[in-house]
Design a protein around this ligand. Sequence first.
Ligand SMILES: Cc1cc2nc3c(=O)[nH]c(=O)nc-3n(C[C@H](O)[C@H](O)[C@H](O)COP(=O)(O)OP(=O)(O)OC[C@H]3O[C@@H](n4cnc5c(N)ncnc54)[C@H](O)[C@@H]3O)c2cc1C
Length: 455
Amino acid sequence: MPRPAPSTSAARHRRSGVEPGSGPGGASHAVQDAGDPASRDLGRDLGRDLGRDLGDVDVCVVGAGPVGGTLACRLQAAGVSVAIVDRAELPPMEHPDFDGRAYAVAAGSRRLLEDAGLWRELPQPTCPITDIRISDGRVGRPASRLFLHFDVRDRGADAAEGAAMGWMVEARSLRVALNRALHDRPGLSLHAPAQARVEQHRDHAVVRLPAGTLRARLVVSAEGRNSGLRDAAGIRTTRLPYRQVGMVCAIAHERPHHGTALEHFLPGGPFAQLPMCGTEGAPHVSAVVWTEGTALGERMMRLDDAAYAREVARRLGDHLGAVRLVGRRWLYRLSAMHAHRYVAPRLALVGDAAHGIHPIAGQGLNLGFRDVLALSALVIEAVGGGGDPGDPALLARYQAARRPDNLLMLAATDGLDRLFSSDSRMLRGVRDLGIAGVQRLPGLKRAFMRAAMGV
Ligand SMILES: Cc1cc2nc3c(=O)[nH]c(=O)nc-3n(C[C@H](O)[C@H](O)[C@H](O)COP(=O)(O)OP(=O)(O)OC[C@H]3O[C@@H](n4cnc5c(N)ncnc54)[C@H](O)[C@@H]3O)c2cc1C
């Protein structure tokens, strides 16, 4: 999940846009294709002008968040030469404290993390999600009797031993594994903290860094929602504000969760409890992602921990026993965003730089990982065959593979939020019937499960 900080001026800045991407004043810029046959030489000259020549790479990834970092590792693992740049410091050894944030990682995303050599490096255990229970209700009242229950065993013959619908991965755990890999891997050069200035030419891009200048056949923006490279390339975006905030925390509870996740639809927005591994002193722990109207959400964030935990309990129900907060609380202002194009000459967008969706289904990062799967497959094939990873036809194939899928998920999560964040009696009736209908149709249920698991 993106990194807000709750109480600093940086936090205020991030809260104003939800996501911690580069602002409009960010230092990444793309210059229009020079269209000059001599542009490669120009790039080399620029390298000399700016100091050290850092050489040539196949791909330069700008942004080492979960999406950009995973892309760099996946490419490196397949023998593609990669440079990666992040404006933040990425300490190789730091093990931050538990901070309560986690991602729900689908099965398809897990396979990507395995192929990138990151899954086995996660320093904290991951928690399998074996059941998901979806219900409708009101704050402080029992959930509707009509609910939807997904059980990994419903997948039938293709549900392997130990299978899960997804895994809860602590955000700090992925960060630690990524930082270590980005520092250690041969054939992968890390530049952080650093700002990149990028110039696109016909057959390569020049990336200027404080340490010197490198040339890449393809530059990938993984800068998050406020991608400076996307804006500088003239790629427009459509944004959809939600007038909602997402509040994230972890809770310790009395009774075990047995791997069950709960999505409880309330009039203010969805409230999700997601199973996590216990910590020292707290054997039963879950993550909570609570969506609420902005004004009420901000009021909730001002409550002290005990009062906040009581509000969490009112929404969760009593099936897990008494709850208390562990770690910190985080607030994200919610909006959806979609880039009109994912590619420009020598440039591709991945992850939140290309799209941002409502967290109602916990799919934002999973979509970014699917971008990584699609782009890395094309790049690995091209480089392996002696081809050009920044070839316009390759980039067009990447865009065609990913835009429809991401748009569909954006529309689905937007529709779900609108349908469920309403207290209208008629809509409540319709959605309860919908929930009950899906529950009775095993084929439809399996299709939903496959979509959620990314398989
Ligand atoms: C409340 C909430 C809950 C969520 N829960 C889930 C979930 O359970 N599962 C899920 O799949 N998704 C979830 N998401 C979505 C997920 O958090 C995002 O989709 C994901 O963080 C996007 O990753 P990213 O790497 O694309 O971007 P980011 O995480 O924003 O990373 C961008 C990186 O680029 C760097 N950067 C920015 N600008 C520059 C620049 N100019 N130069 C160099 N570096 C730069 C930044 O320092 C950062 O490292 C959630 C989101 C929210 C708001």
